[in-house]
Design a binder for this molecule. Structure first.
Ligand SMILES: Nc1ncnc2c1ncn2[C@@H]1O[C@H](COP(=O)(O)OP(=O)(O)OP(=O)(O)O)[C@@H](O)[C@H]1O
Length: 545
């Protein structure tokens, strides 16, 4: 197995034993099949050349092999189907565990690539570990066994089989070198085509509104033709090499037959020996076909491996360093914090202390770093330097990075400006934390003026598409409030609202008993806070309190 594929085996846990089990099953099954082909050929040779009926042991052996093969085939199907599902689940679970800690990275990348790796690449690999590995090992063992038996019967015939195996290996190499570059070209062109289609579908309203249909159609036609042309070339090359492999098997069978006819093998054995040569080489030819396709699986394994190696977005909390949060109200503190996106330094030596129970507003020009402060407060990322923590009533600071994720998520809720809702009902979306009741939800919908538009059991559609911007913003806020956090950090809760509806949000926030940090450009929204911190333009710096 090549590096990328064997590297993933560590993620398969107990399934490694199951893979070993299918290898044994498939190998025994293939050898049994070979014996099932050779035995009747042997009987036929005796009957035609010597005029002798098969002996009694022949029928017993044949019946035994038929039964064994039936049991093995059934066992193999049963084992490998179950194994395939479990391998798929293992790989996806490993990926999703990694995504959970690594994907919300500060680069905020498009997650389409991650999703396609988790769905498509893992499916390809599932088949490989559950079926292909066993097929390859079985073909290799079968080849070795067949060669040994052939060598006992006739050394020249064994030499022919070895030469055929060598020729098949050459076709695999040829296939790999010929199709690798072509395969990349096909993948690139196909992904360009889907990107263009997704782009056009995403902007369908604009396409129709600005009468761009003809242009889009022409572009898709050109990109589609390029993809089809590259796929065609790949297909032709693959077919030619498949034909070459078939030719190798045919020539080898012919050579074996010729050797049998001119050699010193007893005539009665000729059919059995020719069949033996065939059952030795044919599975190897099939395996060669599979090996030739292995580069695709290797790329899939490489992609999955790269995703599994993504660095976590925040430093994992080691259990000996775990701290418990104090009882009672909690405040929030950022001490001497610096933070940089790829090249943009947003915060430098930044200080902010929000006392337990205090309501603080944060204002500042666009790009000043307000949303970055919100993200750091929710420990979506760690700061490059300095400390972000929760403040007890005794002013002791517990760094966010020392609290278990579960305890942290229960203590602090963050409502980002571009936060997400999911498909499902309003209740599914808003009561997930389990901290509030359905009655609280209904009261919240009333208070925020959304009850007329949506009820607790209404479906929101994918990513909440059935809501207006202002309705979605209020539901996102309500979701955080219903989680009953001890610290609530909200980014622009009223940006999408008219003045009257914004007042409903102000009233809700003002009545909250917990610590509240509100980021807003709107003075009305900041007016309800106990105090307002105003950031200047450029990198946000503040002196310690
Ligand atoms: N993921 C990112 N990668 C690179 N730079 C980023 C990223 N997110 C934000 N920035 C940059 O960091 C700076 C601060 O962004 P931030 O979103 O914190 O500002 P903000 O004060 O909330 O702005 P606004 O009021 O417009 O929402 C900006 O210059 C922005 O371009």
């Amino acid at each position: 197995m090549t590096g990328e594929l064997s590297a993933l085996v560590t993620h398969l846990g107990r399934e490694r034993r199951a893979i070993a089990g299918t290898i044994v099953l498939v190998t025994v099954s293939l050898v049994t099949l070979g014996a099932l082909a050779v035995l009747p050929a042997y009987a036929l040779g005796r009957a035609v050349v010597l005029g002798q009926a098969p002996p009694g042991w022949f029928w017993a052996a044949l019946t035994g092999l038929v039964l064994l093969r039936a049991v093995l085939t059934w066992g193999e199907m049963d084992a490998s189907h179950g194994l395939a599902y479990r391998v798929l689940a293992r790989l996806r679970m490993a990926l999703f565990d990694r995504y959970a800690v690594a994907l919300p990275s500060r680069e905020r990348e498009n997650v389409g690539h991650a999703a396609s790796t988790a769905m498509a690449d893992t499916e390809r690999l599932e088949f490989f570990y559950a079926h292909t590995v066993a097929q390859l090992v079985a073909a290799a063992v079968n080849l070795l066994l067949g060669l040994c038996v052939l060598a006992l019967v006739s050394l020249p015939m064994a030499a022919v089989a070895v030469a055929a195996a060598g020729a098949l290996a050459v076709t695999v190499r040829l296939h790999a070198t010929r199709t690798q570059a072509l395969g990349h070209e096909v993948a690139d062109r196909t992904s360009a085509l889907s990107a263009r289609v997704v782009d056009a579908l995403g902007g369908l309203r604009e396409v129709l509104g600005y009468r761009l249909q003809e242009r889009v159609r022409a572009e898709i036609r050109v990109v589609g033709a390029r993809a089809a042309e590259a796929s065609g070339r790949l297909e032709t090359t693959a077919r030619m090499l498949a034909a070459l492999r078939e030719a190798v098997v045919t020539v080898a069978a012919g050579a074996v037959l010729a050797l049998a006819l001119v050699g010193d093998i007893r005539a009665a054995l000729v059919p059995a020996v020719v069949v033996l040569a065939l059952v030795t080489i044919a599975p190897a030819a099939e395996a060669a076909e599979t090996l030739a396709q292995l580069h695709r699986l290797r790329s899939s394994a490489g992609r999955v491996g790269a995703e599994l190696a993504r660095p976590p977005a925040t430093r994992p909390v080691e259990s000996p360093d775990l701290l418990r949060l104090p009882e009672g109200p909690l405040g929030l503190a950022l001490q001497d914090v610096s933070f940089t996106y790829a090249t943009t330094r947003v915060l430098e030596g930044f200080h902010l202390t929000v006392q337990p129970g205090e309501h603080v507003g944060i204002a500042g020009p666009s790009g000043a770093g307000k949303s970055t402060i919100v993200a750091l407060a929710g420990r979506l990322w760690d700061p490059d330097a300095g400390l972000v923590g929760l403040l007890g009533a005794d002013q002791a600071l517990v760094p966010l990075g020392s609290v278990s994720d579960d305890e942290l998520r229960r203590a602090i809720a963050v409502v980002e400006q571009d936060g997400r809702l999911f498909s499902g009902t309003v209740a599914d979306n808003l009561l997930g934390s389990g901290a509030s009741t359905r009655a609280d939800l209904v009261a919240g919908l009333e208070q925020l003026g959304v009850a007329e538009a949506v009820g607790a059991d209404d479906e929101l559609g994918e990513a909440g598409v059935r809501l207006s911007g202002g309705q979605a913003a209020r539901l996102r806020l309500l979701r955080a409030v219903l989680a009953r956090p001890r610290v609530l950090v909200v980014d622009e809760p009223t940006a999408d609202l008219d003045a009257e509806t914004a007042d409903r949000v102000h009233a809700l926030l003002a009545a909250l008993p917990c610590t509240v940090v509100v980021v807003s450009h709107r003075e009305q929204t900041l007016a309800g806070a106990d105090r307002v911190v105003r950031l200047g333009p450029g990198t946000a710096r503040t002196t310690p309190p």
